[in-house]
Design a protein around this ligand. Sequence first.
Ligand SMILES: Cc1ncc(COP(=O)(O)O)c(C=O)c1O
Length: 421
Amino acid sequence: MDKQNVKLGNAKFGSAAQIRSTRGLPSVFPREMGPNTLSYLQQVVESGLASDMVTRFEKVLAEAHGRQYCMLTPGCTNALFALFAGLEFKPGDEIIVSPIADYGDLAGLLFHNYIPVFCDTEPGTGLISAETIEPCITERTRAILAVNFFGLPCDYDPIMALARKHNLVVIEDVCQSILSTYKGRLAGTLADVAVFSFDSEKTMGADMGGAILTDDQELYDRIVNRSIARGAVNYPGFGRKHVYQGLALRAPQCTAATCLGNWEILPRQVEARMRSAAMLNDKIRSIPGVQVYEVPADRTHTYWMYGFSVEPSQLSCTADQLADELLEAGIPCGMGKYYVLPAGVPFLAEKVAQGVYPFNVPTASRAVNYDADEIVPNAVAFMNRWIRWMWTEKYSDQDVELMASIIEEVCSRHRIEEDEQ
Ligand SMILES: Cc1ncc(COP(=O)(O)O)c(C=O)c1O
């Protein structure tokens, strides 16, 4: 790849990165912050930073999920840095990762010199499964990092059964799926350990923030040691020795205060998101060329984003063209395709080609393939047909009516009549 000719963009995030609707549909920002957030922030300030806001929110999140241990972090990327430090695998060990995920899913494992191996998704779903994971397992595999894509959990029971057979740790990435359920159980309780994001764009947005939940006390103790104590242990008569290569990933008290305030309003917001998304599904299901994302009966979807697939036999345009036209007509989509990580992180293939550490053999056991078309064809095909935009609890019935009518109108411009199909 010619990096010389690629301009480095200024990173925008949160409100600054939002696409606004040309038809007045509400945006995610400004966000509702909850009636108690200001008072929690005030408690932090008035206590002179002596408040227990971090442990207070950790307790609330752990109890709500029926988990023993929670550590709040400055974000999910950081949570995964901390978790991979605590897992203590060896350089060159392999982690199987969802290919439709965020760069934050890779940063921590790469920092620890583990090797990501992308398994494919089930056709038409964006979700990995036991069937797509199994062919990727080798004697170097140590963990599976499963992402609950856009708000919908994976099918975890078969994934956990497979993991137990091969002695693998399963990490559930709940960043996009807080309060979703699988077989009546909450997302965040479905695997060995769960990671969350409270980034300002997420369903529960608290500016920045993340968390790790687990029932494994030894793992939790190692995570806290590596990321709060920065790997240090106190030796009697000597003092602090950094016996592990630690990190500094303490969560700020103000983040905890904002999380606590936002957590209190989350159930109502999630209910509103699910209701309006179900309404839009019903309104656009019969539009030729639109394939609604159907939620399996054993799960609930909490719609961090909303999306549908384009049926190419019924429309004479690509998903990208349709997204551009929908954007112009007022639906805030068209942000480009969502990640297929092996294609979106080209330095991985470069490192393999260069044979640099830890991708050199014998640190690695093999040259891992990062060609997205070859290794994750279902994920690539899914993303080529996928249109999405940020969902928000602010959408009213009228907003949903407007979105449905825009989708109907824009699709009708490209409809292939039945005798042409
Ligand atoms: C699936 C997933 N994992 C990890 C992250 C990283 O989260 P954070 O921004 O809190 O570091 C994100 C953020 O978009 C995400 O969507």
